[in-house]
Design a protein around this ligand. Structure first.
Ligand SMILES: [Zn+2]
Length: 197
């Protein structure tokens, strides 16, 4: 394994998606000495949770900054690296630019295993399902040769495994997939701490 490689990388649309979904699993892996990381595709701003929020287009840069600080604190608690990309919240789509941005991080971090949120969150943010599609595209782009100009000329990287974490209970055993559960009993406190930060 290369020194700067991050072996297992989890992806969500918004800072908090990953810790809510598999924060305990990531804490467990990092405490076993496995280098682990989180990629948030957007900073989740604007958000209706901001007390100054007026309309869906209001953007409060101070609040966005505060949220990024919280995301980094949560990463420290779990013992993982974290990067928050600047793709647009609420307007997240599986498109060429988004795939390239994510594939560039894949080429930098060189993970063996990628874990992404799975499925549609009906009646909630459509960004979640887009994260799945963008990740599936970026995983393919990461290994494409002679296309380096789209990825800061970083060398190709082949990811070995793609895992999904379900957002909804219904998707726990999706058809055609092999499922597994991870016992995070000893890490549930860290997970809660990361979420509440
Ligand atoms: Zn979310």
């Amino acid at each position: 394994m290369k020194e700067d490689q991050i072996e297992i990388v989890a992806i969500g649309s918004h800072p908090d998606d990953v810790e809510i979904g598999i924060g305990g699993t990531l804490a467990k892996l990092s405490h076993q000495g496995i280098r682990t990381g989180i990629i948030d595709l957007t900073n989740a701003e604007p958000t209706p949770n901001n007390e100054k929020y007026r309309s869906p287009d209001d953007f409060d840069s101070d609040y966005a900054e505060k949220r990024l600080v919280e995301a980094q604190k949560a990463a420290k608690i779990l013992g993982v690296e974290r990067i928050t990309l600047d793709l647009p919240n609420r307007r997240l789509f599986d498109d060429f630019e988004s795939r390239c941005k994510l594939a560039t991080i894949f080429r930098q971090w060189q993970p063996s295993i990628v874990i992404v949120m799975y499925g549609k969150t009906l009646m909630a943010s459509p960004d979640h399902y887009q994260a799945q599609l963008i990740t599936e595209g970026a995983l393919f782009y990461s290994r494409l040769t002679k296309w380096g100009k789209y990825f800061d000329n970083l060398p190709v990287h082949r990811i070995t495994s793609l895992l999904y974490f379900p957002v909804r209970f219904l998707d726990l055993h999706p058809e055609g997939f092999t499922s597994m559960l991870v016992d995070v009993t000893n890490y549930i406190d860290l997970k809660q701490e990361a979420i509440l930060t």
